[in-house]
Design a protein around this ligand. Structure first.
Ligand SMILES: *[C@@H]1O[C@H](CO)[C@@H](O)[C@H](O)[C@H]1NC(C)=O
Ligand SMILES: *[C@@H]1O[C@H](CO)[C@@H](O)[C@H](O)[C@H]1NC(C)=O
Length: 233
């Protein structure tokens, strides 16, 4: 019996390893870009392993080992930007998309300081403790509208999928985060002032109720999306 349950545990960890994912491309005007062309190649491009330390430098773009060069692709303000997954967002969890405006050429922009604002999120749906569902789960593409009022210019776009299947301890069975930075040039933008602005890393401690959470039992009665409010322009 013990042997069987440890076999089951091994099988479960293997299946969760192959169920990991990256977000290597963007979808602009319905056209998917080639992998790792407009997205900075992440350290996990071939392992698909998540970031687990939300305070690490790699929590920003996860590219410390790849020294990536990416190309910047145009997108019109007010149009739809898709972010493609190489698998599906297999695990239960939530999504945040952040952007940061480069002062000049985004290719040489690191994203230091309080420069990031949230443009999109997909949270959990709760029902007072009888059920919790995850609308982001199993998506192959995350699509949002680039705010009309976003000033024209070059931006990093940072995808963040927070997997919460084993998120109940800090530094143990913890949240797994899958993320990247893409490079876009927003055209035809407006004169909005995006905010609130946060630093990444810095935006989370890892102790947020939406990151340090047992999603299975008791069923959470409510869910607090990590990070600032969405700026929709
Ligand atoms: C931005 O920098 C990259 C890399 O140095 C260069 O290839 C690209 O032409 C620059 N883009 C603009 C719009 O200046
Ligand atoms: C649910 O709401 C309570 C009261 O505001 C809060 O303390 C708790 O952290 C929330 N739970 C989650 C998982 O967000």
């Amino acid at each position: 019996m013990k042997a069987i349950s440890s076999l089951i545990a091994v099988a479960a960890s293997l299946s969760s390893a192959i169920a990991h994912y990256t977000f290597p491309n963007l979808i602009i005007n319905g056209v998917k870009t080639a992998d790792w062309v407009n997205v900075r190649q992440t350290n996990n491009f071939n392992t698909q392993a998540p970031v687990t330390d939300v305070t690490s430098a790699d929590f920003r773009c996860y590219d410390s080992q790849t020294n990536p060069t990416a190309q910047t692709i145009n997108i019109a303000a007010g149009s739809q930007l898709g972010i493609g997954c190489d698998n599906t967002i297999y695990h239960p969890g939530v999504v945040n998309v952040y952007m940061a405006k480069a002062p000049g050429n985004v290719s040489t922009f690191a994203g230091d300081g309080a420069v990031w604002f949230k443009v999109y999120q997909i949270s959990a749906v709760t029902n007072g403790g009888t059920s919790i569902t995850w609308p982001a789960q199993n998506l192959a593409t995350v699509t949002f509208t680039v705010p009309n009022n976003l000033p024209s210019g070059q931006y990093l776009v940072r995808m963040e999928a927070i997997a919460l299947h084993t998120a109940s301890t800090y530094g143990g069975a913890q949240a797994s985060l899958f993320l990247h930075c893409g490079q876009v040039q927003v055209t035809g933008g407006g004169s909005g002032t995006p905010g609130p602005l946060v630093s990444i890393p810095g935006v989370y401690t890892g102790n947020e109720p939406g990151i340090l959470i047992n999603i299975n039992w008791p069923i959470p009665a409510n869910y607090t999306q990590p990070g600032p409010a969405v700026w929709s322009g």
